[in-house]
Design a protein around this ligand. Structure first.
Ligand SMILES: Nc1nc2c(ncn2[C@@H]2O[C@@H]3COP(=O)(O)O[C@H]4[C@@H](O)[C@H](n5cnc6c(=O)[nH]c(N)nc65)O[C@@H]4COP(=O)(O)O[C@H]3[C@H]2O)c(=O)[nH]1
Length: 837
């Protein structure tokens, strides 16, 4: 039974029975010593009465404690021949008597190592002592008991150890398995099943390589072989699960050694797929950070003063600091005097609040040069949401900033002179005005307009004009204090803002320095040019509400200065607000009219001596949306001074040509049209080119076009004008001298000019019938002109008497209200249609 490894109690009960059979009328029991050797615990002796069994269930091992306690204590057999009289049984007399037990012999039992195992006891219903044969039997039983208990203890500890290891195997979170010498599964824990998708039963007996991705099989077989030779290996492989998914495993192979021989392979496999993916992601991220063109720094949030723990290559390129110079330092070493404290404060606040922040800050490189940093800082949190680091991503946007600054400068500055423009000037004016305190300081706006600049521009070309303007700008800048502002308003107009002035004398000081300074000769391309300026001044008054009005007032004052003779200055007074401002309003209206194309052309017929149509004169009409018809005699001189005449005239020429083409297309004949030319237009270098272009685009034959110019145009720029006239003649374009008689030119002067017609000014015709002088002049002009081969047009013919007189003087062509008034194109169509053939 001991060999069969029955449960211990059963074995010991059998032992008791065996002894009882050998000792007639005896009842046997067995007690086992506890682990600490202080007590005995009842285990076998079922024939003892229950009450007694319970009384001796657990007893102390001591000198006089019944037969068993005493025997275990003394280490020798104790014979209690008469329990009732035995002092060692004190406390048990009652229960033993009740159980009918009169004597007891107990022997201690020792194991192989001499350790106390327990006691074996024999009870008799009568007082008795053992004979020698009894003693031998008891000792034999004690020996068997020792053997049984020891075998039991060995088996229990084996089982325990087996369970421990099994538990480790079963519950191990990694896949734990063993392979036999052929490399097939012998054992596999649950993790193996969940990893492969096969049940443990399905796995057992299958070769390990069955589950391995093809490319790894040879390598894995070699590792198994090494383990079978007693080697230990750690390696990674790719496992293919039942669904075909791949898993990355970290494997440890150990030899399974039994009785000193390797009988297989133990293996532990840990899934590292996620970790490897993570590692690969980290590698890519690290590479991206390293290769990024943006500077990237990482600061440790766990250490005081956020030291930098990483900086990429771009950071070193941007800042000039090498990694080792920056690691351990705080990023503020990039800051400097130009770093905006408000921006720094914002960065600090966001770092304290552990928030993202994006700022543009002025930083400094190691060599002290400045760069603009578009900086983005973000906290990095761990799994517990604690900020461990801050990442700073920086981009050097210096070039972009410079570009922005250039754009801003361009938007607020004049390209040519690099002076501030009108917008900038107005902003500055507002700013300075708002700063005017109660200290009675004032502002002055000086409007500077160059006298006679246009001829320079027109005659010498824009390149020369531009150089003059640049020089004027330079002189103005040199004349003012640094706190004053000089701006170019456009064309040849400049403005100066004089700040913090005490009284008029401060302004007079400046103006009286300025005028001679501007009048000094200008040496441009080896020529000396002379020009002066007219200056208008407006000063802020205690009741000035809108500083912008100072600009208008100074402009008005400048006109006044011009009227008073040039190279002069004039103060603004409210007295001339009305007339000048009217002019200014008109100027603005004119600009709008050009943009909105509010102009129209009317045509006045010119009749020959036979009463037939000799041609028409194109006359501009401006129908102002609010003010109604505005006479060309009013707006054309103004447009001449502002240069606005150029687009207006070009439009008129184009329209006249188109209209004549339209008449021809309607079968109303090839009507010759006379178009007025402005001096400015005539003197422009591209005048002929524009003219050719207009004829080309409209298709009007050059012979149908005639240009009217005043004498002034010819005398102002004689040489250039004559060349232009020859060019016109060669193009077959007719030229008439308008308003003839009012200027200084004589007919003999006209003799060499390639012109075809003279138009006698209306004032002479007007007086023709009243004044002998005028009649004589008209008569003289006509006969002299005929002598020179020129045709004569009389304009302003209002009466029959004038007409008859002119007919008598052999005048060729007649124009005037008597014959026809200027009319729109539609009326002209009717007019021509009704003329007798
Ligand atoms: N009292 C009176 N006046 C008569 C009579 N017959 C014609 N007129 C007016 O005399 C002017 C003749 O034109 P202008 O001497 O070239 O004088 C023109 C011309 O110098 C200028 N002008 C008109 N159209 C243009 C144009 O397209 N370009 C340029 N540059 N100047 C133009 O404006 C000036 C005035 O033009 P308008 O007011 O249209 O005045 C026109 C015409 O309406 C008449 O019997 N009695």
């Amino acid at each position: 039974m001991i060999a069969q490894e029955q449960p211990l109690k059963e074995t010991l009960e059998s032992l008791c029975l065996m002894l009882e059979r050998e000792l007639s009328s005896a009842i046997c029991s067995v007690m086992l010593a506890n682990d600490t050797g202080t007590h005995l615990e009842f285990i076998a002796g079922d024939r003892l009465p229950a009450a007694f069994r319970s009384a001796i269930q657990r007893i102390l091992i001591s000198a006089n404690n019944g037969a068993c306690g005493s025997a275990a204590y003394q280490g020798a057999t104790v014979i209690c021949a008469n329990i009732a009289e035995d002092e060692r049984w004190r406390g048990y007399h009652g229960v033993s008597k009740q159980a009918g037990l009169a004597s007891c012999w107990s022997s201690p039992v020792y194991g192989g190592e001499g350790q106390l195992v327990g006691t074996i006891a024999v009870y008799y219903p009568k007082p008795s002592t053992p004979g020698s044969a009894d003693t031998v039997r008891i000792e034999k039983a004690a020996g068997l008991m020792a053997l049984a208990v020891e075998r039991f203890q060995v088996r229990s500890s084996l089982e325990e150890s087996e369970q421990r290891y099994r538990s480790l195997f079963t519950h191990h979170p990694d896949a734990v398995f063993t392979l036999d010498e052929a490399g097939c599964f012998v054992t596999a824990n649950a993790t193996c099943a969940s990893l492969t998708g096969y049940s443990v039963e399905e796995m057992l007996g299958k070769p390990f390589t069955f589950f391995i991705a093809e490319q790894d099989v040879t390598r894995v077989e070699a590792y198994i072989e090494t383990a079978l030779q007693g080697g230990i290996d750690r390696y990674e492989l790719t496992l293919k699960d039942r669904a075909g998914r791949l898993h990355q495993l970290d494997i440890i192979h150990l030899p399974m050694v039994v009785h000193n021989t390797v009988q297989g392979v133990h293996a532990i496999a840990q899934e590292v797929t996620a970790a490897r993916q993570q590692e690969s992601r980290l590698r890519i991220l690290e590479r991206s950070v390293e290769a990024s063109v943006n500077g990237i720094v990482i600061a440790d949030a766990g250490q005081p003063d956020l030291p930098i723990v990483y900086a990429n290559k771009a950071f070193t390129l941007i800042t000039g600091y090498r990694q080792e110079e920056i690691i351990g330092k705080n990023c503020r070493l990039l800051q400097g005097p130009g770093s905006d404290p408000a921006v720094i404060q914002r960065i600090r606040a966001c770092i304290n609040e552990q928030k993202d922040v994006n700022v543009t800050i002025c930083n400094y490189r190691k060599d002290g040069t400045l760069f603009w940093n578009d900086l983005y800082i973000a906290p990095v949190r761990d799994q517990d949401d604690q900020v461990t680091h801050f990442v700073g991503v920086q981009q050097d946007i210096s070039e972009h900033k410079a570009y922005e600054a250039r754009l801003a400068h361009n938007a607020s500055h004049d390209d040519l002179t690099r002076l501030p423009n009108r917008t900038f000037f107005e902003e500055m004016l507002l700013k300075q005005f708002s700063r005017l305190g109660k200290d009675k300081k004032r502002l002055a706006v000086l409007f500077v307009d160059l006298d006679d600049f246009k001829p320079i521009n027109d005659n010498l070309g824009h390149a020369v004009g531009d150089q003059v303007l640049v020089e004027v700008a330079r002189r103005l800048i040199n004349a003012v204090r640094p706190e004053d502002t000089v701006a170019r308003m456009g064309g040849d107009e400049f403005v100066i803002l004089q700040t913090a002035i005490n009284d008029e004398s401060d302004v007079v000081d400046l103006v009286e320095r300025l005028l001679p300074m501007l009048a000094r000769p200008y040496r441009i391309e080896s020529q000396e040019l002379y020009l002066t300026a007219s200056i208008g001044i407006a000063m802020s008054q205690p009741d000035t509400l809108q500083p912008q009005t100072l600009i208008q007032q100074a402009d008005m004052a400048m006109y006044k200065a011009k009227q008073q003779g040039r190279n002069a200055y004039e103060w603004f007074t409210h007295a001339f607000t009305d007339t000048v401002s009217e002019r200014m309003v008109l100027r603005n209206d004119l600009q709008e009219a050009i943009e909105r194309e509010e102009f129209a052309l009317h045509y006045q017929p010119l009749m020959n001596r036979e009463g037939k149509l000799a041609g028409v004169e194109a006359l501009l009409r401006w129908e102002h949306p609010d003010k109604g018809f505005i006479s060309p005699a009013r707006f054309i001189p103004l447009a001449e001074t502002t240069g606005q005449i150029i687009p207006i005239s070009e439009w008129a020429l184009q329209r006249a040509c188109q209209d004549m083409q339209s008449l021809a297309q309607q079968g109303l004949g090839k009507i010759r049209v006379a178009v007025n030319l402005s001096p400015l237009q005539f003197q422009r270098s591209n005048f002929l080119a524009t003219l050719r272009q207009t004829l080309l685009t409209t298709g009007l034959p050059a012979e149908q076009l005639s240009l009217e110019l005043t004498e002034g145009i010819l005398t102002d720029n004689a040489e250039g004008a004559i060349d232009t006239l020859h060019a016109l003649r060669s193009m077959h374009i007719g030229v008439s001298i308008d308003d003839f008689g009012t200027g200084y030119s004589s007919l003999s002067y006209l003799k060499d000019l390639p012109i075809s017609t003279v138009k006698i000014d209306r004032s002479f015709i007007n007086e023709l019938t009243n004044s002998y002088d005028d009649a004589a002049i008209v008569q003289g002009i006509i006969s002299m002109a005929h002598h020179l081969g020129l045709k004569v047009v009389a304009e302003g013919v209002e009466t029959e008497e004038q007409y008859q007189r002119l007919l008598g003087y052999q005048c060729d062509i007649f124009q005037g209200y008597l014959l026809a008034k200027p009319m729109p194109l539609e009326a002209l169509e009717t007019f021509i249609a009704h003329l007798s053939p």
